[in-house]
Design a protein around this ligand. Structure first.
Ligand SMILES: [Fe+2]
Ligand SMILES: [Fe+2]
Length: 207
């Protein structure tokens, strides 16, 4: 994978106790370059879901795109649509807890409500199929008193559970790419990034 903005120079320390300002300025410079490549790494990882059907009527990438397409056409904002696009990106590595992976990736870039929807969508999506697998379809009820309960139920009802239609006019990843770059252009409140920039390193996501 391409490493954005790497200088090729290396810090001199063999343990951090030997670290110098020079070392850390160099590392900071490389870090902001690497950080700005996040949207590219996310898209590459999302593409791993291409052709992965797992018995479903459409593959996991098309399901992700269709969930995002439905949210976009329903007038949702960009960070919501990006959350919809990435909500199942963890299927490959988080096979037993996939919503946690997407929620962690999205956390710096989306609202608290969008993060909660993503992190908990598995239990809410289960309302539509858990009973076929011998599981209580109402496990989502444990969240009934949460202020984001209805928002998460709505995400699953309108977009996620509805996004398995092979005949739906699903938008391609290229449609969502500029949106993804805008949403990931600046993490909210990222201490590490601020610290790196304090050394003079410049962070920006390519458009
Ligand atoms: Fe999911
Ligand atoms: Fe999904």
């Amino acid at each position: 994978m391409e490493h954005h903005g790497e200088s090729g120079e290396k810090a001199q320390f063999r343990s951090m106790t030997e670290g110098t300002q020079e070392d850390w300025s160099l590392i900071a410079h490389d870090y902001v370059g690497f950080a700005s490549g996040l949207p590219d790494r996310v898209m590459a990882h999302l593409n791993l879901l291409n052709g992965d059907f797992g018995g479903f009527p459409i593959d996991r990438l098309t399901h992700s795109l269709q969930t995002a397409t439905r949210a976009h056409r329903d007038g949702r904002g960009e960070s919501y649509v990006v959350m919809a696009l990435l909500h199942d990106i963890g299927d490959t590595l988080g096979t037993f807890n996939h919503p946690d992976i997407a929620a962690a990736i999205l956390h710096p870039f989306v609202s608290e409500e969008e993060h909660w929807i993503c992190k908990n969508h598995g239990a809410f999506q289960g309302y539509y199929y858990f009973h076929y697998l011998g599981i209580d379809r109402n496990v989502r009820e444990k969240h009934r008193d949460n202020p984001y309960f209805e928002a998460c139920a709505e995400f699953c009802e309108k977009y996620d559970q509805a996004a398995f239609d092979p005949d739906y006019d699903t938008l391609p990843l290229s449609f969502f790419e500029p949106m993804l770059r805008r949403v990931m252009a600046r993490p909210r409140n990222d201490m590490a990034l601020k610290a790196m920039e304090a050394t003079g390193a410049k962070y920006s996501v390519p458009a």
